[in-house]
Design a protein around this ligand. Structure first.
Ligand code: RET
Length: 228
């Protein structure tokens, strides 16, 4: 088992993610919204996969040591699976064509994959990886704030949800490279336990409220009344 304070943080995150699963399931079952239009099954993967990952992390599965510090592989696997969905869904809500939904997801996946490789390096390799990963983060933010709004503007019903999700992703995610920099993978100002606790709460805030915002704005996906 990880240190007690990490176990507590991971367990709380796990429970919080269960709420996210509950909300996504409620969306899938809601008769007033059109699931084909809302694509809610994708949303279920976000807290679902993360909850499994947190369970693995509490059980200390797939934790490796680099330079004397623990690296949780399930964290990166979770991010690799769920963050492309988080950004891809923002593009979907904007009404962007598939190439942009896919494009922003790929930029995100590259950011995470390179970040994971960076965490497994020691010395200069870490910093090169951090720089490349950050460059993909900037590409992602560029798409989020310059490309997607052009599509979202043409989509009145979904515009409010788009703005909420755009800022949720655009602002909250800036914390991740900052935490990474201060963590033992970076300059080491914050311990493995401190970093693990901060990330556990950030991950929860990145996921369950995201699904909740879609729930509160679900009218954007209302079923059209059948034309007689
Ligand atoms: C890393 C390290 C290298 C530089 C950058 C990073 C960005 C990570 C981000 C992660 C977001 C995770 C989320 C998880 C949700 O549960 C890989 C830390 C830029 C933005 C939203």
């Amino acid at each position: 088992m990880p240190a007690p304070e990490i176990t507590v943080a991971y367990s709380l995150s796990f429970v919080g993610l269960l709420f996210g699963i509950g909300i996504a399931t409620a969306l899938l079952r809601d008769e007033t919204v059109d699931n084909d239009v809302g694509a809610f099954a994708w949303l279920l993967i976000i807290p679902g996969f993360a909850a499994i990952s947190y369970l693995m992390m509490v059980l200390d599965i797939a934790v490796i040591t680099v330079d004397g510090n623990d690296v949780y592989l399930f964290r990166y696997l979770d991010w690799l699976v769920t963050t492309p969905i988080l950004v891809g869904y923002v593009a979907y809500v904007a009404g962007a064509p598939r190439r942009w939904i896919f494009g922003v997801g790929v930029a995100d996946a590259l950011m995470i994959a390179v970040g994971a490789i960076a965490a497994l390096q020691t010395g200069i390799g870490t910093w090169i990886g951090f720089g490349v990963s950050s460059a993909f983060h900037l590409v992602l933010l560029g798409i989020l704030y310059t490309v997607l709004p052009q599509y979202a503007k043409q989509n009145r019903e979904r515009f409010r949800l788009f703005k909420i999700l755009q800022n949720h992703v655009g602002l909250l995610w800036i914390a991740y490279p900052v935490i990474w920099l201060t963590s033992p993978a970076g300059i080491g100002a914050v311990s493995v336990a401190g970093t693990a606790m901060i990330i556990a709460y950030l991950d929860l805030v990145a996921k369950t409220p995201y699904v909740y915002f879609v729930w509160t704005e679900r009218e954007a996906f209302s079923k059209q009344p059948a034309t007689p």
